[in-house]
Design a protein around this ligand. Structure first.
Ligand SMILES: Cc1cc2nc3c(=O)[nH]c(=O)nc-3n(C[C@H](O)[C@H](O)[C@H](O)COP(=O)(O)O)c2cc1C
Length: 460
């Protein structure tokens, strides 16, 4: 049996993820796991037709496919995203994937691994693959024998499903593309009163609705918002995963392309940001993905803190809840404020106008009042992962993050709350005594409200 493994790590054979595949190679000696670098070799795959066809041949002659990749910004690395785009637009490539049993395998620190898995599950469904299983390994799982056993079980399940032709699950409906041609009306002007508004688009020439939406939004602000297209800033490539930035936020691309200056000056200098893009497959373009990945040079620091962020999207956004969640989670993790989404999916021109007017009014108002909505699980859950990782396993590599986290009080471990610990230490054993327990349970609701009473008094 032959399994084609599409390596999504920009690090090629130095990939952590591929160490798991190597482990599978040892565990299942009678199976050939053919590893192919779909991300590290993206330039060659894009430019050399023969090289791309040879890879697709390997897919066609395989019994199953493993999409193996590291999590990058809640999804796949931009290079892998580009590979997926190349497959979508190439009919013979699509035909090679059609009907193949598929598994999704990632390594990560479990920060939004589920959104990446959802994405690739949907890609498999779009390509007509038989999606069998998905596996999210924590980066260092392989070092533990219990986890190696679990990995083996995963391998067995996948191989058995292929041999016995188990039916697949289809979790995603085909997307229906918006048919509307947006024709904008003129909107009420919104004064920015000194707040800087930046609309970032990947490439406005690709989609007429996107261009019209971005231009309408731009003109709604007084003075008009600045528009920058990512295709014009000279991004030379995606994040390489080299981690050199971890020490002091210096990227290997520094001085070699336009991204870092653009990010530092334009993005960090704006008060209100609109991200405008067209949906490709189940996400935005790989160019947009490169924008997010390349911002990794600033580590796990919420550098967009306090900014207002809105999204203007051409394509079937309302059918891809996962993409919305990715953008919501990105915004919240940055401690920025999500103003909202406007898309051309399923609405009339008047509805799009109303959406854009809403974005402009709310963004300006929120910016002037420094309003940030309270965080949800998306930020709170993710932040606790970062806090724990930077404190422990990742500290040596991400020293700049550690300095920042320390300085800004990010290490808010419950272990540091000594008063609470003392109360827990004294009260918890007392609740084991039956009559005290009865009293405790009787009073619990009222006691819980006590601190609120004094807060309400203060409001009065
Ligand atoms: C640019 C970049 C973005 C990342 N984003 C995420 C993420 O969103 N979630 C996560 O859990 N880990 C994230 N990671 C961590 C990697 O997924 C993890 O280190 C992975 O094991 C690397 O695998 P590889 O060596 O095969 O490339 C990110 C790493 C990099 C370099």
């Amino acid at each position: 049996m032959k399994i084609a493994v599409l390596n999504g790590s920009p690090k090629g054979e130095l990939s952590v993820t591929m160490q798991y595949v190597k482990c599978l190679q040892v565990m299942f000696k009678d199976v050939e796991f053919r590893i192919m670098d779909a991300a590290a070799k993206i330039n060659k795959l894009e430019q050399d037709e023969k090289y791309f066809s040879a890879l697709i041949e390997e897919i066609a002659s395989s019994d199953g496919v493993i999409w193996g990749f590291p999590l990058y910004y809640l999804l796949v690395p931009s290079q892998y995203k580009r590979f997926i785009e190349l497959v979508y637009i190439n009919n013979s490539a699509r035909a090679a994937f059609q009907g193949k049993p598929a598994a999704v395998f990632t390594t990560s620190i479990n920060f939004y691994d589920h959104t990446a898995h959802n994405y690739l599950n949907a890609v498999c469904d779009d390509l007509g693959m038989r999606y069998i299983a998905s596996y999210s390994a924590r980066m260092h799982d392989l070092l533990r024998s219990k986890e190696r056993k679990r990995l083996k079980k995963f391998g067995e399940i996948f191989l058995q499903a292929i041999r016995e032709k188990w039916p697949a699950l289809i979790n995603n409906q085909p997307l229906v593309m918006p048919e509307i041609i947006y024709s904008p009306a003129s909107l009420n002007r919104v004064a920015t009163l000194g707040k800087k508004v930046l609309i970032i688009a990947d490439d406005l020439s690709v989609n007429g609705n996107l261009r019209a939406m971005a231009e309408t939004l731009q003109k709604t602000f007084t003075p008009p918002a600045e528009v920058v297209q990512l295709r014009d800033i000279g991004i030379k490539g995606g994040c390489l995963g080299c981690l050199q930035c971890g020490m002091d936020n210096n990227c290997v691309y520094e001085g070699k392309d336009g991204f870092i200056d653009f990010f530092r000056q334009k993005v960090l200098g704006a008060d209100i940001l609109f991200f405008a893009g067209t949906i490709y497959d189940r996400y935005l373009s790989s160019l947009w993905k490169a924008f997010f990945d390349r911002s990794f040079f600033l580590g796990h620091i919420p550098v967009l803190q306090g900014k207002q962020i809105g999204f203007v999207i051409a394509g079937p956004l309302k059918q891809i809840a996962n993409l919305r969640q990715i953008m919501e989670a990105y915004t919240e993790s940055q401690r920025a404020n999500l103003v909202g989404f406007v898309s051309d999916d399923g609405g009339s021109s008047a509805e799009i106008d109303a959406g854009l007017q809403h974005l402009a009014l709310f963004a300006a108002d929120f910016a002037l009042q420094d309003y940030i909505k309270p965080p949800t699980f998306l930020r709170m859950g993710g932040f606790k992962i970062f806090r724990d990782e930077i404190w422990s396993g990742l500290r040596m590599v991400f020293q700049a993050d550690h300095r920042y986290y320390k300085k800004h009080g990010f290490y808010d471990f419950p272990q540091n709350q000594y008063k609470l610990q003392l109360v827990n230490m004294i009260v918890t054993p007392l609740t084991k005594i039956p009559f005290l327990r009865r009293e405790f349970v009787k009073r619990i609701k009222k006691e819980m409200l006590k601190p609120f009473k004094s807060a309400l008094e203060k409001v009065k």
